[in-house]
Write a protein that binds this ligand. Sequence first.
Ligand code: GDP
Ligand code: MG
Length: 505
Amino acid sequence: MTSEVARHLLFQSHMPTKTTCPSSQVSDDEQKQKRENIRSLTMSGHVGFESLPDQLVNRSIQQGFCFNILCVGETGIGKSTLIDTLFNTNFEDHESSHFYPHVRLKAQTYELHESNVRLKLTIVNTVGFGDQINKEESYQPVVDYIDAQFEAYLQEELKIKRSLFNYHDSRIHVCLYFISPTGHSLKTLDLLTMKTLDSKVNIIPVIAKADTISKAELQKFKIKLMSELVSNGVQIYQFPTDDETIAKINASMNGHLPFAVVGSMDELKVGNKMVKARQYPWGVVQVENENHCDFVKLREMLICTNMEDLREQTHTRHYELYRRCKLEEMGFTDVGPENKPLSLQETYEAKRHEFYGERQRKEEEMKQMFVQRVKEKEAILKEAERELQAKFEHLKRVHQEERMKLEEKRRLLEEEIIAFSKKKATSEIYQNQCYMASGSNLKKDKDRKKISNAQVLEGGSKRASESMRAGSLLYGAQLEGESRRAHESLRAGSLSYRAHPLPQH
Ligand SMILES: Nc1nc2c(ncn2[C@@H]2O[C@H](COP(=O)(O)OP(=O)(O)O)[C@@H](O)[C@H]2O)c(=O)[nH]1
Ligand SMILES: [Mg+2]
């Protein structure tokens, strides 16, 4: 226990070493010390730093522990029941429906006490897993959730003012993957999900509801599952064998994977004691009986022996991988060109320089694009202006030609009027002479006729000249209107261009 807690604390303070030191490693350590020029001395008396592990134990007990379990498995496969059975607590998780359109991850945190040890336990459940037609939609939310917890931790680590000491670490320490007891093989969804998750989380596969499969079938099923996992390159969590105190038990337990489990919170009297069991018309399955299922093995391995290793693996292996990829994605690296070590400051400066260069290049590109587009627009407007001007000139010319034609017509008419007047005068003279000759009666008639003729002629000529003038005025007004409109549209075009300059990009 002491060594485990010490290991935990060293891990918490981000020291990569383990306190346990098997004898086989001693000579290695001595050699290392020599290389690092560290002298080993024998002290002449008691100082007291031997109590360091106890100090660590006390502090970690004060601080409490946290452990986060992710349960992945189809709805109704027995996840909630198994968790209740594992921690001997009713977590009151409601039964979930099979009709959710998406997988949702539901996290619930509980504080548990055993003796004087406080455990902050978070159970994350995959609600609706495997209920969708598109199976990709089933595992992607799980991957996203795990990454989101790593990201939150990374952000806390990168803060200027960090508070990792009291930070609620929500990174998933173990994923219990529930496999259906079909006796056949793994489903595609199981393989896909485990393959995607194995680099992000410690996976412990379990065969759920193992009481529904016969003993012989179970053995075959276990072998089949393991061979399928191996052939598909799925890396499941292996109980560590580097600590000699637990190496033997862990090695033997690795051979029992995947654990076949039964869950139940129901208690039945077997012999003279109450045990957790499931009762059937043909008999009783005892959850904690190792001949009936692997529940005890799972509890021992998960909670009693390897909880600390699971936490450590999460930090040193899975989180480290996430952090490295993320920082590399952001452009940070430990070595520069020619494999020279590069400090964070240098990387930052190089990145900043690169960024400014890139920004300036983009700005220049945008400016040039803008100028080009302004030029294009200007050319279009100039062309339109030229067209309008040409139209206006043409109309003006037509107007002048028409005016000249009318002037000519008027001149001809006036000449006709003058000729007519002359003729009229001649005829009057002639008539007078006739009158004188033929007498007064006739004179009267002729006078009458003359007056009426003169009136007719005068009226006709007056009407002709008036209609000519009106026609010329109307035509002039039309031409002027058109030319004015041409001018106005030209002015409006140039005004709107000035009022709406080109959009900036
Ligand atoms: N036969 C059998 N039934 C189980 C087992 N564990 C749970 N169940 C039953 O399966 C049903 C669904 O269990 P539940 O834990 O709610 O499943 P979850 O949806 O995965 O959380 C309940 O009726 C349980 O009693 C088991 O190990 N064996
Ligand atoms: Mg449930």
